[in-house]
Design a protein around this ligand. Structure first.
Ligand SMILES: Cc1cc2nc3c(=O)[nH]c(=O)nc-3n(C[C@H](O)[C@H](O)[C@H](O)COP(=O)(O)OP(=O)(O)OC[C@H]3O[C@@H](n4cnc5c(N)ncnc54)[C@H](O)[C@@H]3O)c2cc1C
Length: 263
């Protein structure tokens, strides 16, 4: 690991100024993804800008949408009375991330900025039609995740919150890696006023929606409407944990489970 300078700004504006003043700087939230990256020497930032002192970013605000500050930890989301009451599927998703250490340190902002193709939150964001708030703009989830570990965020942009509209019903079903608990395939299904939305994580280069399933479930919201083959294996990932064909099968199974869990 290379040496770096450490900064602890007290506001989002100061964090942005530090990023703009140091071209090689990176933000630090819970460190659960960034520190492994640094240890493996996959990045060599000159400066780390910790958000830990910007305490307003920890807030979870009630309403429709429910607003999760970027520094809300996975554990805070899982145990939040507001999230459990308004969007129980989101609280359950957060409670299924990694292990207690990861949940106590890792944050929603860090997860969403890192955009791991197997991360859980992106599925909830696409299916619920979330909006990402940054220091300078709002970005719809549909145009935020742009590729493998890439997003619409600029290098000097600080993600400040995620706004989650409250659905009529929603559920997340994950086939998890036994080692890390990352999704081999995770499917989030949401019934909203505008129809049913289905998002899949873990299976492709980045999270994606499944229009064929959304149409079938909007017409008939039942597990029986989830027919096999709504996603072809051609564009899915194959790796040591699962082949593309197995992932395609898991999408069907997880989608059925999520629909059934919507009740
Ligand atoms: C053993 C293990 C198991 C895991 N299992 C799962 C799992 O099952 N499901 C899952 O979804 N995830 C899992 N994770 C990842 C975990 O959720 C991380 O917490 C998350 O990916 C990163 O959040 P963080 O707060 O730790 O961010 P950090 O590691 O601090 O930062 C990650 C990246 O985001 C950037 N960043 C951080 N905050 C912001 C911000 N506010 N604005 C802009 N950029 C920002 C950083 O510069 C960095 O590039 C696991 C991690 C580990 C180590």
């Amino acid at each position: 690991m290379n040496s770096f300078d450490f900064h602890r700004p007290a506001s989002v504006a100061d964090a942005v100024a530090l990023l703009q003043g140091h071209g090689g700087a990176k933000l630090l939230a819970g460190g659960q993804s960034l520190l492994p990256v640094l240890k493996l020497d996959l990045a060599q930032p000159t400066d780390l800008v910790s958000l830990a002192a910007v305490s307003a970013l920890r807030d979870i605000r009630d309403g429709d949408p429910v607003i999760l500050g970027a520094l809300a930890t996975h554990d805070a989301v899982a145990s939040s009375a507001v999230v459990r009451q308004r969007i129980p599927a989101l609280a359950k998703l957060a409670g299924g991330i990694g292990d207690p250490q990861v949940r106590n340190r890792g944050t929603i902002g860090g997860s969403v900025a890192h955009a791991d193709p197997s991360a859980d939150y992106p599925a909830a964001m696409l299916a619920l039609g979330a909006t990402i708030e940054t220091d300078r703009r709002q970005i719809a989830a549909d145009s935020y995740f742009t590729g493998f570990f890439t997003t619409a965020l600029a290098a000097d942009e600080v993600l400040t919150a995620v706004h989650f509209p409250v659905p009529q019903a929603a559920a997340y079903a994950k086939f998890a890696s036994p080692a890390s608990k990352y999704a081999i395939v995770g499917v989030f299904v949401a019934k909203t006023a505008g129809g049913v939305r289905v998002a899949v994580t873990g299976a492709g280069t980045h999270v994606f929606r499944v229009p064929a399933l959304e149409a079938a479930l909007s017409a008939n919201f039942s597990a029986g409407a989830v027919t096999a083959g709504s996603v072809a294996p051609d564009d899915l990932r194959s790796d040591s944990e699962a082949s593309a064909e197995y992932r395609a099968h898991l999408i069907t199974v997880m989608a059925r489970r999520a629909v059934e869990a919507c009740g």
